[in-house]
Write a protein that binds this ligand. Sequence first.
Ligand code: MN
Length: 232
Amino acid sequence: MKMEYVIGTWNIPSLPIVGSDARFPVRRIFCVGRNYVEHQKEMGGDGREQPFFFAKSAHDLVPEGGSIHYPPMTTNFHWETELVAVIGTGGYRISSNKADDHIWGYAVGLDMTRRDLQQVGKDKGRPWTFGKDFDQSAPVGPISPASTIGHPKKGRLWLKVNGEFRQNSDIDQMIWSVPEQIAFLTQYYTLEAGDLVMTGTPAGVGPAKPGDELVAGIDGLGELRVQTLPPR
Ligand code: MN
């Protein structure tokens, strides 16, 4: 029986796939915090702490990047270039040595952040929602299937802003590897097919201005381009 809804429905958020016309439907977006040593230092952390996560709505996605508006209620809108792991097979209490089997593919993503609002959350012990989970805060490029590229453990990750390098690291510099993140996360959640995991950013985060051009890349996964527009 066809379900009837009392208001109009919306499309399932989705991402394009390299080498295919089909799209990947996205369910949830989990993001790890402070997962590269040099970024942890620049944010004021020390040493290897347990990983922690926050979430963005799948409706924050900006598939393949493009133009995004400078968001409201911030004067400190930061970029964070990240490897995105795409879950194709769900699971609960996945062990780190089996985690790769649950990953469908990988993409380049930007965890765009209203740093000033995130700081209010930190200072006052409030959620990070306003700092992290807002309209157009998750540009993500096309997914490269693991069936084609395997499971990258090393590869340069970089961001250019208006042609200048601002982030330049390697995904092998993560504090918690992608499989370790999945093992940790699935102690708390049942991961489902369609979930994304944004796996943290290296040092070099900074504020974007209206009119900036951001080009993020990871070896083997291509580039993600984002242009910031004036506020709406
Ligand atoms: Mn991040």
